[in-house]
Design a protein around this ligand. Sequence first.
Ligand SMILES: Nc1ncnc2c1ncn2[C@@H]1O[C@H](COP(=O)(O)OP(=O)(O)OP(=O)(O)O)[C@@H](O)[C@H]1O
Ligand SMILES: Nc1nc2c(c(=O)[nH]1)N=C(CO)CN2
Length: 203
Amino acid sequence: MSAPFAQGPSDPTVQPVPASVIEQVDAADTTLSNPKRAVVALGANLGNRLETLQGAIDALEDTPGVRVKGVSPVYETEPWGVAPDSQPSYFNAVVILKTTLPPSSLLERAHAVEEAFHRVRDERWGPRTLDVDIVAYAEVVSDDPHLTLPHPRAHERAFVLAPWLDVDPEAALPGRGRVADLLAAVTRDGVAPRADLELQLPE
Ligand SMILES: Nc1ncnc2c1ncn2[C@@H]1O[C@H](COP(=O)(O)OP(=O)(O)OP(=O)(O)O)[C@@H](O)[C@H]1O
Ligand SMILES: Nc1nc2c(c(=O)[nH]1)N=C(CO)CN2
């Protein structure tokens, strides 16, 4: 007599699982048991910039699967990539995360945090209440335009490299080299530490 619940290849109720789904589930399992280090850049040039950066850090910490491990000093920076004096100055900072989320989920969360702080997207590099960029995720290198890793412009931005170096003096940008060397190669003009201000690492 055959077992009543045996499910072999001939069982019509069993659908084959596509290889792509198996790959995604395997990748998620691996990430879950092995949290990854991610580097996130924060920027704000509208509203209460310091409160917003702290709010973003706290929102990241409140995310299941995300822990904030390091918070950089605050820098006040001239807007990069736009005409001089066309926008208010930014506050910028960098945070180091440990996360079990895969990169795509971390990006979704980054966008949700931006929206919670009323980020409006209209012109490229327009002023914003909050920008949350994924600078690097472990050693991942990807040219997917939806999530390019490392961030395609991080290596040329002193407003990212300077706070990152402060919070991790040994940092390296995958495929680009040591952050200390990258920072030495760009201008630090208009990128000033605000030693009078401080962001808190969540408890
Ligand atoms: N590493 C990354 N981090 C965040 N967004 C990224 C990344 N790589 C690609 N993107 C994509 O870039 C799109 C535009 O992002 P955003 O509006 O934050 O750009 P921006 O901050 O104005 O400019 P920049 O990309 O130069 O920092 C996002 O919708 C996102 O899908
Ligand atoms: N100083 C500064 N300039 C910028 C910034 C930023 O965070 N700081 N972000 C931009 C788009 O991500 C464009 N220009």
